[in-house]
Design a protein around this ligand. Structure first.
Ligand code: SAH
Ligand code: SF4
Length: 423
């Protein structure tokens, strides 16, 4: 092989990180030009002014970004050629350099893997729900807020990858623009957005709030706040900050276990903000906003699906403005656990309902292509060595065995920087 081919066949430089596997491909420097979809109308107007352009040029750009079918500034034919060139020099029309879509469930689920300017991969999942008696058709997109995640829940493919970096506002929003373009081609519209993809949204809260503002703004994406859900593993200062902002969107809490020893293992952030504090913050949120909080519970066979777990959850949430979603765990590589069988999920649901709490059982969509977010990115990341997998399995088994005996972990929670902890 000539030397140059041998060079290109080398794997890219790998940035060290805290997860189980090497980063898929943080291989090139980041593009420093801001993504246009992350700009507010005021910033776009200021940009036009700075470049000696009349205000209506800014409006033409935003119309193309939010309503048009264009895929580059070069396609905005209402703009003079030199302006298109200026825009492309200063800004990115799309922050995704490449997008691969896999379709499953007979066309009902579309899983997209997006490549960012520095080569990192993030995922979004588009789920179609056909019209049923009384209910109109829905198209829900699950989006990522970070590349990777620092929280490290052991049943989550993203947690296994470790933390890479926060997404920029436009990188969050462009996942939505991509899905909308695919829907528009069939005369359809996105009806719901859920921040349940890769990453912990409340640890990237400034960018997440900017992205919600863009989605919510009638002059930009125009999606009603009631159609947006943000899910958190329990970043208490972030929940309080949302409460102070007033009713914005639906808040979902990934609870997974009502008892601290087990939740310490399932959601390592619990060692920093224990479950009672998380529920207290969520309760305040519900009371202050009048909006019901959703609790997500991923059900793992023999781990968090027992009668005692159901009773502990019922006790914790009794009397709250709450709704519980039970989701059998999607199988994830290198985790020794499996999802709870349906009869076990139903029994758990009955016990919680008996305490007067609303419960819905959700069966996973797109399991066959790994629709639990992070799974496709993990696939791209390549395999960890068998010894690493073995060590991780042993650690998960011993930690959960101790938790099931009621022992609390003395390991510290995930390392967050000071800004994040005070989010
Ligand atoms: N970090 C945030 C949002 C992203 S995760 C959070 O944890 O809430 C979104 C949801 O997917 C969470 O409720 C998470 O527990 C769930 N999830 C992750 N891996 C899963 C798996 N293997 N099977 C089922 N649900 C999973
Ligand atoms: Fe992060 Fe959420 Fe996955 Fe936990 S479940 S590792 S918080 S993305």
């Amino acid at each position: 092989m000539p030397e140059s081919d041998a060079m290109t066949a080398q794997p890219p430089d790998i940035t060290p990180f805290f997860g189980l596997r090497p980063a898929p491909s943080a291989s090139s420097p980041r593009d420093v030009r801001p993504g246009v979809s992350g700009l507010s109308p005021e910033s776009m107007l200021a940009w036009a002014k700075e470049h000696g352009l009349p205000a209506y040029r800014a409006k033409q750009v935003l119309d193309a970004v939010w309503r048009g079918r264009q895929e580059a500034f070069a396609d905005i034919l209402t703009l003079p050629g030199p302006v298109r060139g200026q825009l492309a020099e200063a800004l990115r029309f799309d922050t995704m350099t490449e997008t691969e879509v896999r379709i499953t469930d007979g066309g009902l689920t579309e899983k997209a893997v997006h490549r960012l300017s520095d080569g990192l991969l993030v995922e979004s999942v588009l789920m179609h729900y056909p019209a049923r008696e009384g209910a109109r058709e829905r198209h829900t997109l699950c989006i990522s807020s970070q590349a990777g995640c620092a929280v490290g829940c052991p049943f989550c493919a993203t947690g296994e990858l470790g933390m890479e970096r926060d997404l920029e506002t436009a990188e969050i929003v462009d996942q939505v623009r991509h899905a909308q373009r695919r829907l528009a081609a069939n005369g359809q519209h996105l009806t719901n957005v859920v921040y349940m993809g890769m990453g912990e949204p409340l640890l990237n809260l400034d960018r997440v709030l900017e992205s919600i503002e863009a989605l919510n703004d009638p002059d930009r994406f125009g999606l009603g706040a009631r159609h947006i859900t943000v899910s958190t593993s329990g970043v208490v200062p972030g929940i309080r900050r949302l409460t102070a902002l007033g009713p914005q969107f639906t808040l979902a809490i990934s609870i997974h276990a009502a008892r601290n020893p087990l939740r310490d293992v399932l959601v390592p952030l619990n060692r920093r903000w224990p479950v009672e504090e998380v529920v207290a913050a969520a309760r305040e949120h519900a009371e202050a906003t009048g909006r019901r909080v959703t609790y997500e519970l991923t059900m793992i066979e023999g781990i968090n699906d027992t009668d005692a777990d159901a009773d502990a959850l019922a006790e914790l949430l009794r009397g709250d403005l709450a709704h519980v979603n039970l989701i059998p765990m999607n199988q994830v590589a290198h985790t020794p656990w499996t999802g709870s069988p349906i009869p076990v999920v139903e029994r758990y649901a009955e016990r919680v309902r008996a305490a007067g709490i609303a419960v819905t059982i959700r069966f996973n969509r797109g399991t066959e292509i790994g629709a639990a977010c992070g799974q496709l990115a993990a696939e791209h990341a390549g395999q960890p060595t068998p010894a690493v997998v073995q060590r991780r399995r042993e650690r998960i088994v011993s930690q959960s065995a101790a938790a099931l005996r009621g022992e609390r972990s003395d390991e510290p929670g995930p390392a967050l920087n000071a800004g994040e902890a005070n989010a």
